[in-house]
Design a protein around this ligand. Structure first.
Ligand code: FE2
Ligand code: FE2
Length: 362
């Protein structure tokens, strides 16, 4: 998707840019954009000069199969005439409600939140991964449209996952989650899956497990404010991009503290999962006892999940390699707690290797 823009880019375009991997171009730079690889071009028509729009017209004419929509000011005849002259398929009001526009884009192109799961995915696993993806998508929409987070939907998605673990096994669930096209969605779901399994191993109560599951699903919610073109970038991040990503716990704090029904425990987990016991973490440089057990658990799940994920710039670590990295972090993380995580990490490893051997003979 691609968005064309002027100086006074309307909020709607910025929001769509946050929810989809979009690029925003000035009108005069549209010639540099590869429109053929875009699904949708949104052209802001307010105050665009004739010479700038001539370039846009040529670019759109060169990509006739791409859906293009003009954003017009309500009641402004010039904007509508320009949209016709550019041959734009449709027009939207620049002040169209964000939720509305996002829903229409989902209907047209399929939801960005939803993974493309193979038909062989076990039923309950598919249901769980779809429910969790939908909950994450709705959370992102709620944040950008400044409405209430769908906490009941998050809780149901967490519950569904426990059913999937029981019926299909965690290994099937991990494989299905890794089919998601977005690293960001995949990561939040993996962390949640490991957090739930970890809670189980530690014998946490049902309510503690539910809280940890919800917190895990929301742990990187502040990333909603980071463009997906950075989060899902299929290459190594630049120093500046990495610095932008490091801001996400602070953004999570802003988002969650503005929500009336999110507990302090969930906020603590989301804000502090990048803290280290020796004080070298961020954003608050907490130390030792200042970091709660739940946060320490999530930190282990977060690092482990990030390591076993495959990225364009790094291969997926095996469970053994990922566990080794956590051991090497020494006093930064809670090593006794990490020992309890061993069975979570290696249960999946064992199940996967049994399956690999079975298919080698099958
Ligand atoms: Fe994070
Ligand atoms: Fe994370």
């Amino acid at each position: 998707m691609l968005v064309s823009d002027l100086e006074g880019c309307p909020a709607l375009l910025h929001t769509i840019g946050q929810m989809h991997p979009a690029e925003i171009f000035e009108h005069r730079d549209i010639a540099d954009a590869d429109l053929k690889s875009a699904d949708l071009v949104l052209v802001d028509l307010a105050d665009a000069s004739d010479s700038d729009l001539a370039g846009v017209r040529d670019a759109i004419a060169g990509a006739p199969t791409v859906l293009s929509i003009g954003l017009v000011r309500a009641g402004n005849r010039r904007d509508k005439v320009q949209a016709d002259a550019l041959g734009l398929g449709r027009i939207w009001s620049r002040t169209r409600p964000v939720k509305d526009a996002l829903r229409e884009i989902d209907l047209q192109f399929g939801s960005y939140a939803q993974p493309d799961l193979p038909a062989s995915t076990p039923q309950q696993t598919a249901r769980s991964v779809q429910a969790m993806s939908a909950a994450l998508g709705e959370c992102a929409t709620a944040v950008v449209s400044e409405t209430l987070l769908p906490l009941a939907q998050v809780a149901r998605a967490v519950d569904d996952t426990l059913d999937a673990f029981r019926l299909d096994g965690m290994d099937a669930w991990i494989s299905a989650v890794q089919m998601h096209h977005s690293h960001t969605y995949c990561h939040s779901m993996l962390v949640t899956g490991y957090a739930l399994a970890f809670a189980d191993v530690l014998g946490l109560s049902e309510s503690e497990r539910a809280l940890l599951g919800a917190a895990a699903l929301l742990h990187d919610v502040g990333k909603v404010y980071i463009p997906l073109s950075i989060l899902d970038k299929p290459a190594k991040l630049t120093e500046e991009e990495f610095e932008i990503i490091r801001q996400h716990p602070i953004r999570s704090r802003e988002i969650l503290e503005a929500q009336p029904h999110v507990s302090q425990a969930v906020i603590d987990i989301a804000v502090h999962h990048h803290e280290y016991l020796d004080g070298s973490g961020y954003p608050d440089g907490l130390k030792g006892d200042e970091i709660s057990r739940a946060v320490r658990m999530l930190t282990i799940c977060d690092i482990y999940a990030a390591l076993i994920e495959k990225r364009a710039y790094k291969p997926a670590y095996s469970p053994r390699q990922a566990y080794g990295v956590l051991v090497d972090l020494g006093k930064k993380i809670d090593q006794p707690l990490l020992k309890s995580f061993r069975s979570v990490a290696f249960e999946v490893d064992k199940a996967a290797s049994v399956k690999r051997k079975a298919s080698a003979f099958g």
